[in-house]
Design a protein around this ligand. Structure first.
Ligand SMILES: [Zn+2]
Ligand SMILES: [Zn+2]
Length: 258
C-alpha cells in the first residue's frame, strides 16, 4: 500500500513562504494498492492529484467541513464528461444525506456551478457498514468531532492504515479508537494543537501530538504520522515540535510505503 500526502493543513488553506515544507493545502491523501487508488478527503490538496486519464475515481470523506471538501469545487474530473466519481461518507447527527451536504458547497451563492450541472456522473454513498472497494477493505467508526465525522481503517495487501482526522480524545471515543486502530501499520492522527492551545480549544474536535504518541503506543501502531496542522503553524514551529517530541508531521507531497 502506498500513501501520498496531497494536503495536510487543517481548518483552512494556509499558503505562505514560511509553510513550504509542510504545505498549505487542506486534507487530502491518495492511497494506492495493487493498481487501485482512492482518495481520503477532498480538501484543496485534491487539486495536487495527478488524475489525467482516470475515468473512475473514489473519494472517502471523513466529513463535510469545508477543509475536507473544498477541493471538489475545482476538481477537473467533476467537469469532464465520461468521468464517474464515487463519494463515500457519513451523514452528521442531523441525518442530512451526503449529496445534500456537498451540494451546499457546490451551489450559489458559495459556488457558481451547481453539483447537478457538472458533466461527470457523481454517485454518493452514505456509509452504513464496512465496504469492499477493489483491493481495499474499508471500515470506519464515528469520530469525536462537532457535527460528526468518521475515522477510516483501510486494509489492503496485508497492511492497515488508520486515518484519524478531526478527532478529539474524549475518553470513551479515545478508548474505542485504540481498539479500532489495533496494530495498524500506520496511524494518521489529528495533532492540530499544542498542549497549551488545546486547553483553549476544548470541544473544538481536535487533538495534540502528545495524544498521538499515547494513542500510537496504546494501539501498538508501527508508525505515526501527524496531520491536520493548524493554519497558524509555520514550518519552524512544526520542526521544533518534531525535534522536541520525536514525532513526524505530514509533509505535503510526501509518500509513505507500507
Ligand atoms: Zn478538518
Ligand atoms: Zn472538521
Amino acid at each position: 500500500m502506498r500513501l501520498t500526502i496531497l494536503g495536510s493543513r487543517g481548518s483552512l488553506p494556509s499558503p505562505g513562504k514560511d509553510r513550504l515544507l509542510f504545505g498549505g493545502d487542506t486534507s487530502c491523501l491518495r492511497v494506492s494498492a495493487g493498481g487501485d487508488t482512492l482518495f481520503l478527503d477532498a480538501g484543496t490538496g485534491l487539486l495536487q492529484a495527478e488524475v489525467s486519464g482516470m475515468k473512475e475515481l473514489t473519494v472517502l470523506l471523513s466529513h463535510t467541513h469545508i477543509d475536507h471538501v473544498m477541493g471538489l469545487a475545482m476538481f477537473a474530473p467533476l467537469y469532464t464528461k465520461g468521468c464517474c466519481l464515487h463519494i463515500y461518507g457519513y451523514g452528521p447527527d442531523d441525518g442530512m444525506p451526503l449529496r445534500e451536504q456537498v451540494g451546499r458547497l457546490l451551489s450559489p451563492p458559495l459556488w457558481p456551478v451547481r453539483l447537478e450541472a457538472c458533466p461527470a456522473q457523481v454517485h454518493f454513498h452514505d456509509l452504513t457498514g464496512p465496504e469492499n472497494l477493489g483491493k481495499f477493505q474499508i471500515d470506519w467508526m464515528p469520530s469525536c468531532h462537532p457535527g460528526g465525522a468518521v475515522i477510516y481503517r483501510l486494509r489492503a495487501q496485508g497492511r492497515t492504515l488508520v486515518y484519524a482526522t478531526d478527532f478529539e480524545h474524549e475518553y470513551s471515543a479515545w478508548q474505542k479508537l485504540i481498539q479500532f486502530a489495533d496494530r495498524a501499520d500506520l496511524l494518521l492522527y489529528d495533532a492540530q494543537y499544542t498542549q497549551e492551545e488545546y486547553e483553549r480549544h476544548r470541544g473544538y474536535g481536535h487533538s495534540t501530538a502528545e495524544m498521538g504518541i499515547r494513542t500510537a503506543e496504546a494501539c501498538h501502531a508501527s508508525r505515526l504520522v501527524l496531520i491536520h496542522h493548524a493554519p497558524w503553524a509555520t514550518d519552524e514551529m512544526l520542526l521544533e515540535r518534531e525535534k522536541k517530541l520525536g514525532v513526524h508531521y505530514a509533509r505535503q507531497g510526501e509518500t509513505v510505503e507500507l
